[in-house]
Each structure stands twice: as structure tokens, then as C-alpha cells.
Design a protein around this ligand. Sequence first.
Ligand code: GLN
Length: 489
Amino acid sequence: MPARAPSALTIHELHPLLISGQLSPAELLEDLLARIAGHNGAYGAYIDVAADQLREQLRRQLASGRRGRLFGIPITVKDNLCVAGEQTTCASKILAGFRAPYDATVIERLRQEGAVIVPRANMDEFAFGSSTENSAYGATRNPWDRQRVPGGSSGGSAAAVAADLAIGALGSDTGGSIRQPASFCNVVGLKPTYGRVSRYGLIAFASSLDQIGPLTKDVRDAAHLLSVIAGHDPMDSTSAPVEVPDYVAQLEAPVNGLRVGLPRLPEEGIEPDVRRCVEAAVQVLQRLGAAVERIELPFIDHSIETYYIVATAEASSNLARYAGVHYGLREPAEDRSSLIEMYLRTRTAGFGAEAKRRILLGTYVLSHGYYDAYYLKAMQVRTLIKRSFEQAFSRCDIVVMPTSPTAAFRLGERLTDPLQMYLSDIYTISANLAGVPAISIPCGFSSSQLPVGLQLLAAPFREELLLRLAYAYEQATEWHRRRPALEQA
Ligand code: GLN
């Protein structure tokens, strides 16, 4: 047995131990459950964990005889992924008590490989946010500093992986929700190309931007999980019929000569510590043989306003279905004959403040008379942003930038100032608007000992390039090995 506790190991370290019988899946699960019982109270990474259900699931998984790539390995999932028979609420009161009638495609694929599915990682309600403070079930805290946010909206998944309360996790990323929390918590987070991973069974936020992806302790694990979940799915018409390479097998391919583009970063708004870490990381990439050149990415300066029009427009339409009729909460009207009053009362009671803000914004930008000025204009700018990336990727293989302009901020600091909160997404959003894949990897610490993330972006369906360069960087550095010292609840 290794010196570290089983729950502190990676997927690729655990797999041979489990397959050879040196460690039993039950020992691993019990170790993880004990750790969650000891620390989840202090960090709120999970909304809840049903230990007996997990033991039963493992029993069934073992009885099935499957010995796949995730044999006996618990994988944590964000509360917006449907897990058959389990509560799936998007951390919203409006879905309280809703049990998913089927497994999301990604869940089915994890199960096929022998994984034990661990619901429900905490998140911002409906994935609206960058701090996980918008959860109806209480905020998640950052394992590196309990007074700070873990990022969002997949903050529960990121905090759980960072604190060894998860082996690996799935999150969703509409404008940075995998990468920004990964960078705040010192873990690896990958947003695949739009269409690479099936969205079937992911509760929609903005359907033209949403992607599911892994949050893991290192790059090899990200390659491992992506290999399992990627690929065409007839149940999602936007999933691409593009062959999935063996991401793990390609990790060690040479990076010598890869062309890396470094866009100009604004002078303001970016913390000096972040700038220092990213510049140092670029030097490491150069030492590894990458050819770094300055590039221009025109129009990405407009990505925040473009995103907050497109994303809210789609969200307002996706959220129209929560009306107290089919799912979750229903607040009956006083006047029993009034359907409108029932809708109103249900939506007023069920949605939190940020969800209401998004619905109002989205309805406004789509409304008659404003559609051309806002939504249509935003879609035109989106096309320009996409073209900027096409041009960049005709000259280089990878684009490098910070994942977030700052390290983790304090709880409450941005909650009353939505614009400040939206600014956290300045470097992550353009990848979603353009549909390109992007990864965040640990690249250093601020002077107050908070993690900083490096973001790499590639052309559509070139995840193997991202993983390859990220892996080479990780092999040359030690940042990803640092673990936070946890506090008791
Ligand atoms: N922080 C962004 C937002 O609030 C992105 C969220 C996400 O990717 N789900 O919309």
C-alpha cells in the first residue's frame, strides 16, 4: 500500500492497485466517505452524500463483473448532471426533490467503465456565477483558505478534488465554470470543444455554450476521464461525429517546436501575482522547446458583454420550463383558478436572486424592439470572436493566457456587485463563445499562498494538443503536487 491515503491518490495511481487487488474498491470508498464525513461540514463541497446508496452502488458495480478503465473508482458529479433515481437540483430550490428519471450520457459512460457515481457536488444555482455563493444550499469554501470562494460555478467539484474529498470530478463550463474554479483550487480543469462531449442529461444553462468536462488532480487523470466521456451521442444533436483519439497514449508525445501564441494582456485588472506566475510559466514552456510568439486576438475585449447577452438570452428560455407544472417546487395560487398566479408564486419562491437577474436580462435582450440591438448584435460579435481564434490558430498551435485575472477572492466580496463578479470570467468566456477547447492547470501561488492557474486553448477538437503541452509543463513543475491543509468543521 502507498504511504498516502487512498483518497489522496489519482485515478491513474489507483487503477493498477484496484485491478491487481492491492487495494479493494470498498476500502477506497470507505476511506473517501470517512474523509468526506470529517471535512465536508467545513467546506460544503457536497450538498449531501448518501453513503449507503454509494455502498449499494459499489456492490452492484462489482456484481456486474465490469473491470473497465475506472474500475471501483468514485467519480464526483456536479448537481446539474442527471443521475437516475437521484436528486438533481442544480443547487436550486425550484428543483428541490426532483429525481432524475435517467442517467446523463456521461454518467452512463462512467458506469460502463466501472466507476461509482458520487452525486451531488455543490454549484452556483443553475451554474450562474463564479463563486458557488449562489447555491440555495449554502456556499462552498476554498480548501486553501476557508474565508475565500472556490470559484464557480463548479466550485463544489473543484474544492472536493483539491481537498481529496473526491478522486476526480465532472463539472460543466458555459463561460469558465470548470477552468476558473480549477485555477482557484489548484486542480486541473478541462472544457472540451463544443460538441466533443454529449450534453444529454446535463440540465441546460445556455445550450450553445455548455460543455461537460473533468476536474482532476493532474493532467493524466484529465486525459483519462476525457477519453471515457468524449464521443458522438445520437441523443445530443449537437454532439459531433468526430473520432476520439486516445488522449492518454498521446500525453508523452514531444512538445518541441509547438507554436504558442501569447496575446497582449490588459495593463489593468490583472493581479501582479497572476502576471508573474503566467510569465514564469511561459518561460517554462520555452525551455520545453515551445516557440512562443506575441499574437493579437481582436474582439475578445468584447467577450464579457457578448457572453452576458447570449448566455442570459438562452438561460431565460431554458428556465421557462420551471413553472411548477412538471418539475420540483409548486407554490399553489391563493386563487386556485389562476394558473398565472401559480407560475408567479412558484418562480418567485423557487429562484434565487442571480437566477432572477439572468431571466430578466435575457428576456429583455430577446424582447420585441431590442432583439436586433442586443441579441443579434451579440451574435455578430460572437462570429468575429470565433474568427479571431481561427486566425490565431492558423499561426499557432496553442494560445496561452491566465485562467482568471485574480486568485480566489473573499466570500461576500463580489456578491453585491454583479459586474465585478462577471469580470472574473474575462479570460475564460471567449473559449465558449468560439467553441474551442481550453484547460486550466496549476502554475504557481500568490504572495498570500493562493493558487494561480494557467490557461491553454487550442483549435476545435485538438484537446490532445492541450493535454500534451499541459502534461509536459506539469512534468517540469511541482505546483500540482501541493495540497491544502484542511481545517475541521
Ligand atoms: N461565471 C459565468 C457565469 O456566471 C460562467 C458560468 C458557467 O460557466 N456556468 O455565467
